[in-house]
Design a protein around this ligand. Structure first.
Ligand code: AQP
Length: 332
């Protein structure tokens, strides 16, 4: 079975609909006929300052959410990045293979460091995509299910894999990004030309999976819409309505064309009201299940321990190959 791997940062109390529709929902689907590895990127999280207590809480909340949304610990290895030291160890080797200019071209670093102000961003934020390349390459996955914002990092990962393979010996598989076009970039409800992102936007534009469903319904009913009145999918002219249609279609399985037909001649308010109901029906049981899982931390720790053992065995074997190929003497 082809292998898939992906990760998510524990940097908020709840995942948002961008994370879910852009990435983790594909994880749930792909686990059925792939060999799945999914990790919570706690080491990436500290590229910006975190309160240690909050980070610990959010890490467990992330694990609970993954299980609640349908990642099955019996099928998938769910683990914490910091539990598998090979990630950081391979990260170092790959950073020695990365050009400074090459790292500087990463647009996500440019965007995030600009927000933090000149010179304030950490070196970790700068080298983050290299650690991410290590996260991926250790497992030699075929596919990496992510949102569109990760495409450039995936290209760097492939470049580094290729460079290592040609400089030393074929070691890494070149992974393919698995990006579903329809949900590759879920937009902010208040600023539909920007991606829904916890660090970039006012919370009124973000649908958090664990928000009180009443709050979520209100956010959707207050989403910014476009000029004109017709409900049609046109991301250029109607980014707000198009985003709502994308979310609606992804959650119900109705095609965008059939939704356009269904809402022909109706008001924006009708679409928003119906979408709010669809989203509430989805998040209500999800939220209950997550809160239930959080009551049983012993179970969550057991899931993470099992995941780390499965992932660690593979990651360490790859790292051994790498160390040997770059010329490190094996420990006695
Ligand atoms: N708006 C989005 N549309 C589609 N996919 C998205 N992803 C994130 N936002 C969207 C995908 O979610 C996965 C996990 O991403 P992450 O852990 O890197 O989360 P993130 O990037 O920290 O999420 P944010 O909200 O975008 O945070 P900031 O603003 O801090 O960067 C990835 O596969 C990502 O593509």
């Amino acid at each position: 079975r082809p292998r898939v791997l992906s990760g998510i940062q524990p940097t908020s109390d709840s995942f948002h609909f961008g994370n879910y529709l852009g990435a983790t929902r594909q994880w749930v689907d792909l686990q059925r006929d792939h060999q799945p590895f999914f990790f919570i990127a706690d080491q990436h999280a500290i590229t910006v300052e975190q309160d240690p207590k909050v980070l610990r809480e959010r890490t467990l909340r992330a694990a609970a959410q993954l299980v609640a949304m349908g990642i099955d610990p019996e099928r998938s290895a769910i683990f914490l990045q910091s539990h598998v030291p090979a990630h950081a160890q391979l990260g170092w080797v790959l950073s020695c293979l990365t050009g400074f200019g090459e790292a500087r071209r990463m647009t996500q670093f440019k965007d995030k460091s600009l927000k933090q102000g000149e010179g304030a961003a950490s070196v970790g934020l700068f080298t983050y995509p290299i650690l991410q390349a290590a996260d991926i390459l250790l497992y030699r996955p075929h596919y990496v299910p992510v949102g569109e914002d990760q495409r450039q990092h995936l290209e760097l990962t492939r470049d580094l894999a290729q460079r290592f393979n040609s400089r030393y010996k074929k070691t890494f598989r070149l992974p393919e990004p698995y990006i579903l076009k329809a949900t590759a970039k879920i937009a902010d409800l208040q600023d539909p030309t920007s991606k829904m992102s916890k660090s970039g936007s006012a919370t009124s534009g973000i649908i958090f999976l664990l928000d009180d469903p009443k709050v979520t319904a209100k956010k959707i009913r207050s989403a910014v819409t476009d000029s004109g009145t017709d409900i049609r999918y046109d991301p250029e002219e109607k980014p707000g309505i198009s985003n709502l249609l994308s979310i609606y279609s992804a959650l119900t399985g109705d095609t965008v064309a059939s939704l356009e037909e269904q809402y022909a001649g109706r008001m924006y308010g009708d679409l928003k009201k119906d979408l709010a109901d669809v989203v509430v029906d989805f998040v209500t049981p999800f939220r209950e299940r997550t809160l239930e899982l959080l009551e049983d931390q012993a179970y969550l720790m057991q899931v993470l321990a099992r995941g780390a053992a499965a992932a660690g065995a593979i990651a360490e074997a790859t790292l051994r190959d790498v160390y040997q190929r770059v010329g490190f003497v094996a420990p006695p």
